[in-house]
Design a protein around this ligand. Structure first.
Ligand code: AP5
Ligand code: MG
Ligand code: ZN
Length: 215
C-alpha cells in the first residue's frame, strides 16, 4: 500500500509513520527527515534547504520534487511507501501525479491527521529529538528516562531548531496558506481519509488502520 500522510506541523506524521512502518513493512519517506540528514552532512541540498527550514518556510518546489523523484526511483516496484510531509503545495501534488504515472505507481489514500492549533503548539514546543538515531520524545507526554539522553542509543536529545516558538508560528501559518488547500485536491479524487489525531498515539494508529481497513 502507498500512502500520503498529511497534516499540520506536530500532527503526529512522524510518530504514526514509525508505527505503520513497523506493522505493515512500508518504507517511510519524510522530506523533512531527508532535508535534516542533508543539512547534517552539509551537502549542497542541505545548504540550500537550511535557511528555509530555520525560518519555517517551505523549501522551493523544484528542490523538493527533485529529491522525492530520486527517492522514489530507488524503491523496488513492489515496496509500499508512506510519504510524510510531501506534497505540501498544489504544484508538488501535480508533480507527484506525473511522477507516479511515470513509475506506474499509485496512491491508495491520503490520510489527514486533524489536531487543534493549541495542541500542535504544545506538541512542537515540547518535542525533543535524538541527534543519533532520530527517536522522537516529548518533555511531558514521552520524556526520555534520563533528560537529554536517548533511551534507545544513548545519543544526545535536543530541541529541533525549528521548534522554537517564533518559528512554530511561521510553520503553522505556512501550512494553512500553502498546504491546507491540498485537502480539497485529494477529496476531489476520493482519496482523503480524515482521522482524529488527538488522544493516545496508539489510539490514533488504530483509527488510521480502521479507516484504511488495515486492521
Ligand atoms: P517536517 O520535518 O516535515 O516538519 P513538519 O511538517 O513541520 O512536521 P513535524 O515533523 O514537525 O511534525 P509531525 O507531524 O511529524 O509530528 P511528530 O510525530 O514529530 O518539515 C520540516 C521543514 O522541512 C519544513 O518546515 C520545510 O522547511 C521543509 N520541508 C519538508 N517537506 C517539505 C516539502 N514537501 N516542501 C517544502 N519544504 C519542505 O510529533 C510531534 C510531537 O508530538 C512529538 O513530540 C511527539 O512525541 C508528540 N506526539 C505525537 N503524537 C502524539 C499524540 N497522539 N499525543 C500526544 N503527543 C503526540
Ligand atoms: Mg515529522
Ligand atoms: Zn537515539
Amino acid at each position: 500500500m502507498n500512502l500520503l500522510l498529511f497534516g499540520p506541523p506536530g500532527a503526529g506524521k512522524g510518530t504514526q509513520s514509525q508505527f505503520l512502518v513497523e506493522r505493515h513493512k512500508m518504507r517511510h519517506l519524510s522530506t523533512g527527515d531527508l532535508f535534516r540528514a542533508a543539512v547534517k552532512v552539509g551537502t549542497p541540498l542541505g545548504q540550500e534547504a537550511q535557511g528555509y527550514m530555520d525560518r519555517g518556510e517551505l523549501v522551493p518546489d523544484r528542490v523538493v520534487i527533485g529529491m522525492v523523484r530520486e527517492e522514489l526511483l530507488q524503491l523496488p516496484q513492489e515496496q509500499g511507501f508512506i510519504l510524510d510531509g510531501f506534497p505540501r503545495t498544489v504544484a508538488q501534488a501535480e508533480a507527484l501525479d506525473q511522477l507516479l504515472a511515470e513509475l506506474k505507481k499509485g496512491i491508495e489514500a491520503c490520510v489527514f491527521l486533524q489536531v487543534p492549533h493549541g495542541d500542535l503548539v504544545s506538541r512542537l514546543a515540547g518535542r525533543r529529538v535524538c541527534t543519533g538515531c532520530g527517536a522522537v520524545y516529548h518533555v511531558a507526554s514521552k520524556p526520555s528516562a534520563k533528560e537529554g539522553v536517548c533511551d534507545l542509543c544513548g545519543g544526545e536529545v535536543v530541541q529541533r531548531p525549528d521548534d522554537k516558538e517564533e518559528v512554530i508560528s511561521t510553520r503553522l501559518a505556512t501550512y494553512e496558506k500553502s498546504t491546507q488547500p491540498l485537502k480539497e485536491f485529494y477529496a476531489a479524487r476520493n482519496l482523503l481519509a480524515e482521522v482524529d489525531g488527538l488522544g493516545d498515539a496508539e489510539e490514533v494508529l488504530k483509527r488510521i488502520e480502521s479507516s484504511l481497513k488495515l486492521a
